[in-house]
Design a binder for this molecule. Structure first.
Ligand code: NAP
Length: 251
């Protein structure tokens, strides 16, 4: 990488976000690990630091709160420089029979999974426009390919994120900014194991993995590898794309 660039990874304290933060730090981004969970963000920033990579923790930030997002991005800009890379990864899952989804459930899904990325993009894009260079990757979900029973609120929010991705890509392309989405499928993270424990998967992670075309569950590093490419200089001609990383479960 020719010049110093800062990247912000939301939900960077756990699972897929942690793997992405570590990978981008290794790739040479000065990396901000943002998470609701302060200790988790500090742990991951510490892991980067132990490996000699530049990273800071931005803990206790809820991406669904615009004021908190704006303050977090200001802090990253001050400590690491202009935010030229953004990975909107923070997300919450939801599982409810359709008629039992309350307004509160619906609003929370949209707030975290769709408004969060909207606020983060609005806070970071001015830095990218000033630089004439930027990379945004939105982590959506393979359920946006297929739909998912009992997850209408989650899938609706994540499908909105796919639409945000495509529209922003067209609008920001002329400014040197690419915007893509990775919809992960069945990645072994605390979120997936939580769903397994609550009996929401219709079988164990191992049982599902055996039925997957590649015969294993996804690893957070699988998503991080795709993200690393999309955030790179050489991915400048890839924008507005949905890059599925799901072991062939969705084609
Ligand atoms: P995870 O292990 O639960 O990690 C998500 C991280 O985001 C947690 O550290 C969580 O903090 C944080 N977070 C949640 N709400 C937040 C908020 N409002 N503001 C800031 N941070 C927040 O989940 P994961 O499996 O790695 O998922 C990462 C992304 O991939 C999510 O967007 C998810 O929807 C998507 N995804 C995952 C899979 C999969 O198979 N794992 C499949 C499809 C899509 P707390 O722990 O404090 O809540």
């Amino acid at each position: 990488m020719s010049r110093r660039r800062a990247a912000l990874v939301t939900g960077g304290g756990s699972g897929i976000g942690r793997a992405i933060a570590l990978r981008l730090a290794e790739d040479g981004f000065a990396t901000a690990v943002l998470d609701l969970d302060t200790e988790a963000a500090e742990r991951v920033a510490g892991e980067c630091d132990d490996k000699g990579y530049e990273a800071i923790a931005v803990g206790g930030v809820d991406v669904s709160d615009r004021a908190q997002v704006d303050a977090a991005v200001r802090r990253v800009r001050t400590e690491l420089g202009p935010v030229l890379g953004l990975v909107n990864n923070a997300g919450v899952t939801g599982f409810k029979e359709f008629l039992r989804i309350t307004d509160e459930h619906w609003d929370r899904q949209l707030a975290v999974n769709l408004s969060g990325p909207f606020y983060c993009c609005q806070a970071a894009v001015p830095d990218m426009v000033d630089a004439g260079w930027g990379r945004i990757v939105n982590i959506s979900s393979s359920s946006t390919h297929s739909g998912q029973p009992y997850m209408a609120h989650y899938v609706a929010a994540k499908s909105g994120l796919v639409g945000l991705t495509k529209s922003l890509a067209l609008e920001l392309g002329p400014r040197g900014i690419t915007v893509n989405t990775i919809p992960p499928g069945f990645v072994d993270t605390p979120m997936l194991r939580g769903s397994e424990r609550r009996g929401l998967l219709g079988g164990s992670v191992d049982e599902h993995a055996r039925l997957s075309p590649v015969r294993r569950a996804g690893r957070p590093a699988d998503i991080a590898a795709a993200c690393s490419y999309l955030m790179s200089e050489e991915a400048g001609y890839v924008t507005g794309q949905v890059i599925g990383v799901n072991g062939g479960r969705n084609t």
